[in-house]
Design a protein around this ligand. Structure first.
Ligand SMILES: [Zn+2]
Length: 205
């Protein structure tokens, strides 16, 4: 779990796609109760481990490297936030049927060559697949995968399943059979909406 600090909510992995979960590292974006889960580099690393991008050992190595190069860690975090907001805008706009926003697409495209420079074709048990280079401790290794996820989702047929939570606007892919998912999670926004509807009915009767 990501440490919420003094914030009273929780972060949940609900996007169904890495880049969407990355966009969701801000809760209640643009509202008074907005909370940024990546407010320091340690949280960025913890998020990477939470979503399975890096192992516990890699997370510890990243933190050591970040301590030795605090300026670079800060730069990576700033880059992460810029990319995250671009990714969020791109997919939120798509969700509402708007055209791809060009400035945000340019941010994503500018980072792609750097990310793809670490992508290789690997073979394991006669299976060929994409693998990420493991050389050295790169503070940005989490971002490479996020960017690759965003580029792939944009071209995937799964993009038609893209939705936003009706309450908090978190992004997710609705993979339910009847396309009926309206909330990030039933426990959070779903239940709150139910309680609100119940109160409204009670008041009006
Ligand atoms: Zn929600």
């Amino acid at each position: 779990m990501l440490d919420p600090g003094t914030y009273t909510g929780t972060y949940k992995v609900i996007g169904g796609e890495l880049c969407l979960d990355f966009a969701n590292t801000v809760s209640w974006r643009g509202t008074e109760r907005a909370h940024d889960w990546l407010y320091n580099f340690a949280h960025f690393g913890a998020w990477g481990e939470l979503v399975g991008l890096i192992t516990e050992q890699e997370q510890a190595d990243l933190m050591n490297a970040a301590e030795q190069q605090p300026d670079q860690a800060q730069r990576v975090l700033q880059k992460a936030v810029v990319l995250r907001e671009a990714i969020n805008t791109i997919f939120s706009d798509l969700r509402y049927g708007k055209p791809l926003p060009q400035p945000e697409l340019a941010i994503l495209n500018a980072y792609l060559p750097e990310a793809l420079g670490h992508l290789q074709v690997g073979v394991h048990d006669n299976e060929v697949s994409w693998v990420w280079s493991q050389d050295g401790i790169e503070l940005e290794r989490i971002l490479w995968r996020v960017v690759w996820s965003a580029a792939n989702l944009l071209m995937s047929e799964r993009i038609v399943k893209l939705r936003t939570c009706e309450a908090c606007a978190w992004l997710y892919l609705d993979t339910t059979k009847n396309h009926s998912r309206r909330w990030c999670t039933m426990e959070d926004c779903g239940n709150r909406a139910k309680v609100r509807r119940f109160r409204q009915r009670a008041q009006s009767s």
